[in-house]
Design a binder for this molecule. Structure first.
Ligand code: FES
Length: 278
């Protein structure tokens, strides 16, 4: 069963700003009922600042919570500030979303960008407007996949499905999704290679921090969790799990099979990760 944060539950049970602004300055519509999710966002702008925002959605509890959170976030923002909102900001505002529901936050961010583009009289630059359709079942383009992969540092096809739905039905697009992932990550600088001499303690600490920051925290944040490095003794890395991870019943799995594997891959194959209280 999926684990929802209290904030997600609260926004689902008591959604803010439901409805539609009749004389809206900007309208953003994304998704389609045929694909299972649709969102219409309307905004009112005064002196370059969003003074009202309302939404209507056809979707699950996470879609409702994401849209509700989005309206709360953007009210009072300037258009320039709102332009910078990404799906990651919506997820952070809600304290996390189940990985399988990340596409709801993506839909919110796309509706916002579409509403802003409409207000500015521009063509919406949503990724789905450009590129070639990769997933016919859900109408997802290569540009859309590339955008969420880069923004959220996704590495697996399953993650792409969670964020865009692509690949979640017939699966015939999976080879193309894999090709996009391979292309994007092969362009990146390779992970830090092992130096010929043994690392100093300080180098090891810095590298562990870097792997935590780049490879581990973004994934844990997706579930509303976090991790803190407490100490390193030899090959033993002591960490503290925070937020949702602290109370997660599968935290042992998270430590050994995810955190441990990443640190062994990028830092040292002998690393062992243990959880400590402080
Ligand atoms: S084409 Fe992508 S799931 Fe069917």
């Amino acid at each position: 069963m999926w684990d929802y944060t209290d904030k997600v539950k609260e926004h689902f049970i008591n959604p803010r700003n439901v409805g539609e602004i009749e004389d809206a300055d900007g309208v953003g519509e994304v998704g389609s009922i045929a694909c299972g999710d649709a969102l219409k966002l309307t905004i009112k702008v005064k002196d370059g600042r969003i003074v009202d925002a309302r939404f209507k959605t056809f979707g699950c509890g996470s879609a409702i919570a994401s849209a509700s959170a989005l309206t709360e976030m953007i009210k009072g923002m300037t258009i320039e500030e709102a332009k910078k909102i990404t799906n990651r900001d919506i997820v952070d505002y809600l304290g996390g979303l189940p990985r399988q529901k990340m596409h709801c936050s993506v839909m919110g961010a796309e509706a916002l960008q579409a509403a802003i583009a409409d207000y500015l009289g521009e063509k919406a630059e949503t990724a789905s407007d450009e590129g070639e359709v990769v997933c016919v079942c859900f109408g997802v383009t290569d540009k859309e996949i590339e955008k969420v992969v880069r923004q959220n540092r996704l590495k697996e096809v399953e993650d792409v499905t969670n964020y865009t739905k692509a690949g979640g039905a017939c699966g015939s697009c999976i080879p193309q999704i894999e090709a996009i992932l391979n292309r994007i990550w092969s362009e990146e600088t390779p992970p830090p290679s092992k130096p010929k001499r043994p690392r100093t303690f300080l180098e090891k600490v810095k590298l562990v921090e870097r792997v935590l920051e780049e490879e581990i925290r973004p994934v844990l944040a997706g579930d509303g969790g976090d991790i803190e490095l407490v100490d390193i003794e030899g090959d033993v890395v002591k960490v503290k799990l925070l937020r949702n991870c602290a109370s997660c019943p599968v935290s042992t799995f998270t430590l050994n099979d995810f955190v441990g594997e990443k640190l062994r891959e990028f830092v040292d194959e002998n690393i062992r990760v243990v959880e400590v209280d402080s």
